[in-house]
Design a protein around this ligand. Structure first.
Ligand code: SOE
Length: 387
């Protein structure tokens, strides 16, 4: 019998993200044994009775529901994990907060800034612990980038550059809406690559380099009409297929961001590079254990880009895993987020990014889309709404 406190999870949504989060809950106790809390897979919910039963059996949930309201109403659930399409985040989160449940919400927080603000109001009123799953922050190499910047290794920062490139929507035959392709339906997703992929880049950028003050963007929708999976009708496509924006950061540096689902050959190429007065760093999701680092203060005859394999025990999170030199993967970022959330319950400290912090990303996304629509620079208002 464990003497740990239980955190009884109600997972809403049984897709790709439902699997990544559940894997995090299942693994965390094995690798973070010091934590006072342990997640209990209490209930999973999807609308399809067959699917939810199969998910519960495969992943080890004690029970299942087909109506998310039933999960929120249950007394044996402490935390609601929202893994559903974006158009349901706000309604579920607001109801969960009103019921006093903790909330772990998949990114992006919301479809729009207004919706995100309502979610922030709801959790502030309820005072419930919360976090948003911007998982890439918790890859050891990305966390190491944060530590190097905070230690002042880069000095003044001049440039922040990020890309997130995919190629899965090039065919005009890919439908919009429905399971698997809801990200192409503006009603369900809110936006295209801006809210889906650039949101990751923006979250990391705000974390590593501080606030973005204003943006200038262009977006493009290459395929203008697609069949809707639910209606069978050809409908106008309302999402951005590609987005490029540049911006100013509050610290005086310039940012350049690009995302598309039309970069043939790229499945999930997320990269960033930061150039400072003393040093530069760069990172690539396809080689996620490495951080590249160039320090101009090195002796000139050996100066060059170092490729740091971030697997040593004194590097972020790595004392939890294998032995130095052995890699970890994408799924570990979710285990780390669960660990940090459980730790935050012990310490009472927020688990970043909270809803308030994720709202900052929404502000940038909204400004980007407005800038593209109006062909003008837009202030983000970051830092104005959230104290
Ligand atoms: C889109 O294809 C997607 O699955 C995003 O929704 C995830 O957030 C990203 O991590 C990988 O790509």
């Amino acid at each position: 019998m464990s003497d740990k406190k239980e955190l009884r999870i109600g997972l809403i949504g049984g897709g790709f993200m439902g699997r990544t989060h559940t894997n995090g809950y299942k693994r965390v106790g094995d690798f973070f044994p010091e934590l006072a809390y342990r997640p209990i897979l209490k209930a999973v919910c999807t609308r399809s009775p067959d699917k939810v039963k199969a998910f519960a059996e495969q992943w080890g949930y004690e029970s299942y529901e087909t109506d998310w309201r039933a999960v929120i109403a249950r007394d044996d659930i402490d935390a609601i994990d929202i893994c559903t399409p974006n158009d349901t985040h706000a309604e579920i989160a607001i109801a969960a907060a009103a019921a006093g449940k903790m909330i772990l919400c998949e990114k992006p927080l919301s479809r729009t800034l207004a919706e995100g603000q309502q979610m922030v109001d709801a959790i502030q009123q309820a005072g419930v612990p919360n976090t948003v799953w911007y998982n890439y922050r918790r890859l050891p190499a990305v966390t190491l980038a944060k530590q190097l910047i905070e230690a002042g290794k880069l000095g003044r920062i001049f440039h922040y550059r990020a890309n997130f490139l995919q190629d899965w929507t090039i065919s005009a035959d890919v439908p919009q809406g429905g399971t698997g392709t809801w990200r192409l339906d503006v009603e369900a997703a809110g936006s295209g690559v801006t809210g889906d992929l650039l949101a990751h880049c923006i979250d990391t950028a705000l974390w590593l380099n501080g606030s973005i003050t204003d943006v200038s963007a262009v977006t493009e929708t290459f395929v203008k009409e697609r069949t809707h999976a639910l209606t069978g009708q050809k409908q106008k496509v309302g999402i951005d297929d590609a987005c490029i924006f540049h911006c100013h950061f509050e610290n005086g540096s310039l940012g350049l961001f690009e995302s598309t689902r039309y970069a043939r050959g790229h499945k999930a190429l997320y990269t960033f590079e930061i150039n400072g007065e003393h040093a530069s760093i760069r990172w690539d999701l396809h080689d996620l254990n490495r951080l590249e680092y160039f320090d101009h203060r090195d002796e000139s005859i050996v100066r060059g880009w170092r490729s740091i394999h971030v697997t040593d025990g004194d590097q972020p999170y790595m004392n939890k895993w294998w032995v130095p030199g052995l890699s970890i993967g994408y799924e570990h970022s979710f285990v780390h987020q669960v660990a940090d959330f459980l730790k935050s319950l012990e310490t009472g400290e927020p688990c970043s990014p909270t809803f308030e912090e994720a709202l900052e990303t929404q502000k940038v996304c909204e400004a980007v889309l407005e800038s593209a629509a109006t062909r003008s620079w837009k202030e983000t208002g970051v830092g104005e709404l959230v104290k």
